[in-house]
Structure formats: C-alpha cells, structure tokens
Design a protein around this ligand. Structure first.
Ligand SMILES: N[C@@H](CCC(=O)N[C@@H](CS)C(=O)NCC(=O)O)C(=O)O
Length: 221
C-alpha cells in the first residue's frame, strides 16, 4: 500500500487498544521507529468471535500486517518484517551479540510467561490496584525483572539495549501489567517502565485505549 505521495505504507489490523497486548507490540515498535503505517482497530467478540477477522486474518487473531499482497499474522513476525524492510531504523541492536540477546529475550517473551499472561491480562483502563498472585506469576515477574536488570546494566539504558528496539516493544505490555496490578516495586523495573511510558508512542496508544468503551469480561479480573 502507498500513501498519496506514492510512498510505501504498511496497514496494521489491531484489536482493542485497552486489552490487546499482542497488538500493542508491533504498534509501539512501528510508531516509535516512525515507520509509516495506517491502522484499523477491529474489536474482539470473545463470545461469538468477530466475523470481521475472517476478511484479513488467517488465524482469526490480531495483529495482522498487510503490505501490498503480503499478509504477516504474528506480532514478532511483523516486527521482524519491519526490521527487514527498514534496516536503517534500528529495530534490532546493531551489535551482533546484543542482537542475539535481544532476539533471545524477545523469543522468551513470545513463548513464555504464561502464568503472568493468564492471571494478569493487559487492561489499561483498570484502576491501579495490587493483585495477590501465586508463585508461578511471582516467578515470571522475578525472571522478567532479572532480564531487564541484566540488559540495562550491560547497555546503560534507557531502553533494554540502549536505544529502543524490538525487545522493548515485546515487553511493553508487561510494563503495563506490572503497573496496573503493582506486581513489582523493583526500582530498576520502575525506572524502565517510566522510560517506556514517557514515549510519545505509549502515550498515544494509552490515550486511545482509555477512550474505548468495549468491555471484555474475560480480561476484567
Ligand atoms: N502469536 C500471536 C497471538 C495473537 C493473539 O492471540 N491475539 C489475540 C489478541 S491479543 C486475539 O486476536 N484474540 C482473539 C480471539 O482469540 O478471538 C501473535 O503474536 O500475534
């Protein structure tokens, strides 16, 4: 797809900004890196399934990126594709070892932390209130805080690998969850969370999320 000037433009289908943690990842990555894209919010309907998803998503899930005749239907795959198409935007760290670690922690986020994800859905509208969580969730939180501490110690921050990369995009929904449910008071985690929250991209997404009126009962714990 191109904009009026003929320049290339991605089109990103996303779910409810209040709840869709998977959608938030590519959105904040593309936005923060100033990669041109148009967006389309298609809200969930968990009871019946939203039939509109059928028109653009082979998995009936979001996010989905369209680039001309190409469809990319997974949050990490979308960010990888953007990194390939826009190699000068620094979506991955330039250093090969840092890049390898950024990929490892992004993959760990993508395939893990199921206890945390299940017990603490992203819900930006929810008033901040401490949630009592089980040991599995506490272990997920401790592991994430350790990852952040290690990365920030090596890079010097303010983002995990110095400048913003895909790894920060992948962990953005966790920053939201940590805040909403007061899951950690670790000062390094708090400072890293504040760094992400202060970005224009975060603020724009959150402003839109807070305006939404759809309620997804499964995510209102
Ligand atoms: N692995 C996929 C997961 C996508 C996913 O689970 N998306 C959720 C929204 S956060 C969804 O579309 N759920 C709608 C449904 O299951 O009906 C990705 O990374 O994009």
């Amino acid at each position: 797809m191109t904009d009026g000037s003929g320049a290339r433009q991605f089109h990103l289908f996303i779910g409810n900004k209040n709840y869709s943690s998977w959608s938030f990842r590519p959105w904040i990555g593309l936005r923060h890196k100033e990669i041109p894209f148009t967006e389309e919010v298609v809200p969930f309907d968990f009871q019946h399934g939203n039939p509109r998803f059928r028109a653009f998503s082979p998995t009936m899930k979001v996010p989905v990126l369209k680039d001309g005749d190409l469809t990319v239907w997974d949050s990490l795959a979308i960010l990888e594709y953007a990194a390939d198409v826009y190699p000068s935007h620094g979506l991955w760290p330039a250093d090969v070892k840092a890049r390898s670690r950024a990929r490892a922690i992004s993959a760990e986020m993508h395939s893990g932390f199921t206890a945390l994800r299940g017990a603490c859905p992203m819900n930006m509208r929810r008033p901040v209130e401490r949630l009592v969580v089980d040991d599995a969730v506490k272990a997920d939180v401790a592991r994430i805080v350790n990852i952040w501490r290690d990365c920030l110690e090596v890079s010097g921050g303010p983002f995990l690998f110095g400048g913003f990369t895909i790894a920060d995009a992948m962990y953005a929904p966790v920053v939201s969850r940590f805040g909403t449910y007061t899951l950690t008071e670790d000062p390094v985690a708090d400072a890293y969370g504040a760094t992400l929250r202060e970005t224009e991209a975060w603020k724009t997404w959150e402003t839109d999320a807070l305006k939404e009126t759809w309620i997804v009962p499964e995510d209102e714990i």
